[in-house]
Design a protein around this ligand. Structure first.
Ligand code: AFP
Length: 345
């Protein structure tokens, strides 16, 4: 290791970097739980081939998707590690139908929504996957009883958010609303170490990321925008296409190299595929904190309030100039469409 300024996640959380951060100790504790869950998940993924943990668990989840064995392991790891911090009031997981309670003796002040293993259809072929989480302060004043009000939250009211990327290296990228920081897991010492300080996305980029297999179903604005950027309209060089199909990986690349990630609504799925509380909202928070933009096509994603815990929303995020240009196409060609959020989920 060459750095002479070795800062672990734990030391960074307790440092003076975030002078205005309220409840620093609670956050440090909560993040030690998240880091633990990410390390357990990382280890399970890397060892899956030896421990027969690739493949299906034999059940489907609330979204009617086949659950993988590793989905179950990651979900259990997040629930256990978060509960044991005693900072969590209640949780929402991509893998579970309803709000997950925390017993009164273990309960704290924060609501955590997470996708324990996002992109899990990529697992069996060793393509990068991730975990995503968002954290809000609880709203309920009524002792231990949580309500929908605690979890159906506006993205902009988030306290913190982040993701783990299980790629060629494992990273934890997070924000408390004071910039974006990235930590890389040093497997030799088992610690996340600060490697990316104040991450910022490029103003412009020339990579687009979208599942083009759905292009015949897209709205006209998205179709015309993608046609323009890939054909070199207005004299520019055509954009490159990159799509992994794991949101964390596609967003991480977009954050580092610039460009645009899109999962629009379409005629098959009017609100797209991605879920607000534990995919779109936390990654929008990261994107805005890195000086990027995230929109549902008509308003910033962070200004939305979901109506249900697994609500899906269309999303376009990335370099600000790319998002601005996309919005001009949306405005020009989609003038007859309702706001995507208004459509039935
Ligand atoms: P899985 O967890 O089922 O692999 O879904 C991954 C995901 O939710 C998100 O990570 C991707 O960006 C998106 O779905 C990919 O969806 P398509 O396969 O429809 O392109």
């Amino acid at each position: 290791m060459s750095s002479n300024n070795l800062i672990t996640l734990h030391r960074w959380l307790l440092s003076d970097t975030h002078k205005n951060m309220e409840n620093k100790l609670e956050m440090a504790n909560l993040f030690s739980g998240i880091a633990l869950a990410c390390k357990i998940t990382n280890n399970a993924i890397k060892r899956a081939g030896f421990e027969s943990n690739f493949g299906l668990a034999g059940i489907t989840n609330v979204h009617s998707e086949d659950v993988k064995k590793l989905d179950v392991i990651a979900n259990d790891a997040f629930k256990m590690a978060l509960k044991s911090t005693r900072e969590v009031f209640c949780m929402v997981s991509e893998e579970e139908d309803s709000i997950i309670p925390v017993s009164q003796s273990q309960a704290g002040n924060y609501v955590v929504a997470f996708d324990p293993l996002d992109g899990s259809s990529n697992l069996d072929c060793n393509v990068s996957v991730g975990s995503i989480f968002s954290i809000w302060s609880k709203v309920s004043k009524d002792g231990h009883n949580y309500s929908n009000e605690d979890v159906l939250r506006k993205g902009r009211d988030m306290t913190a958010a982040g993701y783990a990327l299980y790629g060629s290296a494992t990273m934890l990228v997070l924000t408390f609303g004071q910039g974006v920081y990235g930590f890389t897991l040093d497997n030799h010492i088992g610690e996340f170490v600060l490697t990316h300080v104040e991450m910022r996305i490029r103003t412009k980029g020339s990579i687009y990321s979208i599942n083009e297999g759905n292009s015949i179903y897209w709205d006209k604005g998205t179709q015309e925008y993608v046609k323009a950027i890939k054909s070199g309209a207005d004299g520019r060089a055509p954009y490159s296409s990159r799509y992994i199909g794991s949101m964390v990986s596609d967003i991480h690349r977009t954050l580092l190299y610039g460009g645009i990630f899109m999962y629009p609504g379409d005629t098959k799925s009017p609100n797209g595929k991605l879920r607000y509380l534990y995919e779109v909202a936390p990654l929008s928070f990261i994107m805005e904190q890195a000086a990027g933009k995230a929109t549902n096509g008509s308003s910033p994603c962070l200004d939305m309030v979901p109506k249900s815990i697994h609500e899906r929303v269309p999303v376009f995020m990335g370099s600000p100039a790319c998002i601005e240009e996309l919005l001009t196409y949306q405005k020009k060609f989609n003038h007859n469409l309702n706001s995507p959020h208004e459509k039935d989920n």
